[in-house]
Design a protein around this ligand. Structure first.
Ligand code: BGC
Length: 759
């Protein structure tokens, strides 16, 4: 292997790539207690891998996770979760045994800048060690969007007031464990198989396998140092300590003279290439990367991001901080979705943190999929195909639980089995038996709704009739078997179920679930009736494949006609579930300085399940999704009723209240909910950003802008409708969507007029 970076590039040209302020999220002070939050905020993903924004030299408080989407493992823990992989970021500089690091030196200057236009994490430091030696370090890191197996880091180091020898150590750390700071969940998901040099000449390589399924993953890296473009690294040494792989060397330095350290990283798994060839591919990737050169790679990477932004950007003429926050959410979403792989989905925390183990929830279909369907339909297609690929698993799941058809798991990983753990740990450390996997069944309706919505938006009938329709039939069958006929009442009910509001579980006849189940039954029936008329041979084919019959169709209709939909007597208010109105009624009366509900004092005496206080949009979520089934007055009445009782314990809630609030005419509140949603992670409003970015909320933010304030809708005939309802003070809003195979740029204005241009 011959390794050399061909050009002398390292300074100004790279720095010139840094974006203007409106795309920069700064961290200008190092506070170790904030470190985990910044690791999530500054995580880089490239649709294949995701790496948290931990510091290269390591810090005391850190969860330095490196994931590849789709690489799951269970071992001793409760669920198959994304396995943290050997982390290749490590770069440490020593002078006379002193580590030049932010926690070891006095920090004279500190700035990290997360560049969301380019997907680059910039860093600039001046550190003073115990002997008064000052060192300047500047550089950046990126996970290449052009070549998704590559990560690059550049560090420009300048000794300000000393000459000497710097020892540089490049590390790949295979000892990292999942949930490192949560004793009950701690687990090591990989076994180290190889820890060796990358080539005879240089570099290091770790190969691990997941413990359950023995999936191999290889991580390689190579470090070099340049002065004026010439390599100046002294003799390289390779060292392996158990699961850590290190390469180190000396570099002579002189005061005021800059050295450019560059680390080239590559990763492959057995999902990409044959397991015997992983190391070969990693080595070739690194060789190609060095030959191409860091600068060319990062430029190509930036070009890929500019193509993504070209489609996904949202521009508001004022409200710059809010605009940046909206972009931040879009950045993370679009960085994670894959346009090439339909065996992976998007976890509730993307690839940015460990909460929920990388699992897919209803969050995908109802919160993220609309964004992808309008903006990146090729990614949306893979998200719906993922559900199709796991249809058989969903059928097995239904069967296991005594139902028919397909029951999608509440939490899904790689094989479609239920991955929601039976226990969770509460913030006070107590272990809590969690029933959502047993009762939260509405995800199957969400998957069905996702198919409907994706098809309506993209017009992808090929997917619909070859794949989607089978999901819809099987989920309808699930609902038919899930509904119980109650003779006394002559109606169908869904008993023992958990709705979106998880603070009341289980309940009977959650009205959200019952409506969505009814919708699923009727939608399938309608689609099959249409198909029978329009394409009889396809209709027969579908019926034959699914062993579906007219008799079964009639049964679906009969259930739908008699499904119980609880409601307050004499009023428009739907009852969230049977018995909800008998609970201790509590209305939120106090709001904090951010206009956010304060938990009512009654919760000191009563547990929340005994009260009418709810976690998140439930009836209001229903009115959002099935808007056409309710009158404007019904939506308004229910919004006002439930808004006063919702504590937004889930990040999924504010965006929905924003859009529905807007539809009921409550523009001021809608805007405040938008701000809450847009800043949820940047300001750590939910207080758990350390666990990862809230992906559903990110999709919700996009929906508020496009479906809410811009009033975009594709109706059931596929027609695009635009009815803006702009917030006070915004003169112009611009965004792009795909419609009917055309790329449209849409401007909406303060007088609620709009302009559509094909581009
Ligand atoms: C919410 C669910 C959501 C899950 C993952 C929970 O707190 O209640 O609705 O699917 O988080 O985001």
């Amino acid at each position: 292997m011959e390794i050399k970076d061909s050009i002398n590039i390292f300074e100004d040209k790279i720095k010139a790539l840094k974006s203007e302020n409106e795309f920069i999220i700064p961290e200008s002070l190092y506070n170790e207690k904030e470190n985990l939050k910044f690791e999530s905020l500054f995580a880089l993903s490239n649709s294949y891998l995701g790496i948290r924004g931990s510091h290269e030299e390591g810090t005391k408080i850190s969860l330095p996770y490196f994931y590849i989407n789709g690489v799951f493992d269970k071992s001793e823990t409760f669920m198959r979760e994304l396995a943290t992989l050997p982390n290749p970021l490590g770069i440490r500089f020593y002078i006379e045994k002193e580590l030049i690091g932010i926690e070891d030196c006095e920090i004279l200057e500190y700035l990290r800048e997360f560049d969301i236009k380019n997907g680059i994490l910039w860093k600039s430091l001046i550190l003073r060690d115990s002997k008064g030696r000052e060192t300047k370090i500047e550089g950046c890191r990126f996970a290449s969007r052009k070549n998704i197996h590559r990560i690059g880091i550049i560090y420009n180091l300048t000794p300000i007031n000393y000459d000497g020898i710097i020892e540089v150590e490049s590390e790949t750390d295979g000892s990292i464990i999942n949930f490192a700071d949560a004793p009950r969940f701690k687990v090591k998901h990989t076994v180290t198989l190889k820890n060796e040099k990358l080539s005879d000449f240089a570099g290091n390589y770790i190969e691990v396998s997941t413990r359950d399924r023995n999936l191999h993953i290889g991580v390689g890296s190579y470090i070099d140092a340049f002065k004026d473009g010439e390599s100046v690294l002294g003799n390289r040494n390779f060292n392996s300590f158990g699961e850590k792989s290190l390469e180190f060397a000396d570099v002579k330095v002189k005061a005021g003279e800059k050295i450019n350290f560059v680390k080239y990283i590559a990763v492959y798994t057995e999902n990409d290439v044959h397991k015997e060839e992983i190391k070969k591919y990693v080595t070739k990737e690194i060789t190609d990367f060095t030959e191409k050169g860091f600068y060319k790679e990062i430029v190509d990477h930036c070009l890929e991001y500019s193509k993504l932004w070209d489609m996904a950007d949202i521009k508001i003429d004022c409200d710059k901080e809010l605009n940046k926050a909206i972009r931040f959410n879009i950045f993370h979403l679009m960085s994670t979705g894959s346009s090439t792989n339909d065996s992976i989905n998007i976890g509730a925390k993307l690839l940015t943190g460990e909460e929920y183990g990388g699992h897919t929830f209803w969050d995908t279909e109802l919160f993220m999929l609309p964004f992808f369907s309008y903006v990146f339909p090729d990614i949306a297609k893979n998200l719906v195909r993922y559900r199709f690929n796991l249809l058989d698993a969903a059928k097995e799941n239904a069967q296991k639980n005594g139902y028919k058809g397909a029951q999608y798991p509440w939490e899904s990983a790689d094989d479609g089995t239920e991955q929601c753990p039976a226990y969770t740990i509460e913030p006070d450390g107590s272990c809590y038996r969690c029933y959502v996997a047993d009762y939260e069944h509405h995800v199957s309706a969400a998957v069905a709704y996702g198919i409907y919505n994706y098809t309506r938006i993209t017009g992808d009938l090929e997917f619909f009739y070859n794949k989607g329709i089978y999901i819809l039939i099987e989920t309808a069958r699930f609902w038919a078997s899930r509904c119980e006929y109650i003779e006394k009442e002559d109606r169908y009910e869904i008993r023992k179920v958990t709705g979106p509001d998880e603070w009341h579980e289980p309940v009977d006849n959650n009205v959200y679930t019952n409506y969505l189940a009814r919708w699923n039954l009727l939608y399938v029936k309608r689609k099959l009736d249409e198909l029978k008329k329009d394409n009889y041979s396809l209709y027969s084919h579908v019926l034959e494949k699914t062993e579906f019959s007219d008799k079964e169709a009639a049964k679906l209709q009969a259930i739908a006609d008699k499904i119980y939909l609880p409601k307050m007597a004499g009023r428009n208010i739907l009852e969230q579930f049977e018995g909800y109105f008998d609970l201790k009624d509590c209305i939120i009366e106090k709001y904090d300085e951010n206009d956010w509900p304060i938990r009512p004092d009654i919760l000191k005496e009563l547990t929340v399940d005994k009260t009418s206080l709810i976690k998140q949009a439930d009836v209001v979520m229903l009115m959002y999704l099935l808007e056409n089934e309710f009158s404007a007055e019904e939506i308004k009445d229910n919004y006002h009723y439930y808004e006063k009782r919702t504590l937004h314990g889930s990040s999924l809630s504010p965006a929905i209240y924003s859009i529905v609030g807007l539809r009921t005419g409550d523009k001021g509140k809608a805007y405040r909910y938008l701000r809450r949603a847009a800043f949820i992670d940047l300001l750590n409003l939910q207080k758990n950003t350390r666990e990862g970015i809230h992906a559903a909320n990110a999709g919700g933010v996009w929906q508020v802008i496009v479906f809410g304030f811009a009033g975009v809708k594709t109706d059931d005939k596929g027609e695009l409708i635009i009815a803006p309802n702009m917030p006070e003070g915004w003169k112009n809003l611009n965004f792009k969507i795909w419609h009917n195979g055309k790329r449209l740029s849409i401007n909406t204005y303060d007088d609620n007029s709009y302009k559509i241009e094909e581009i």
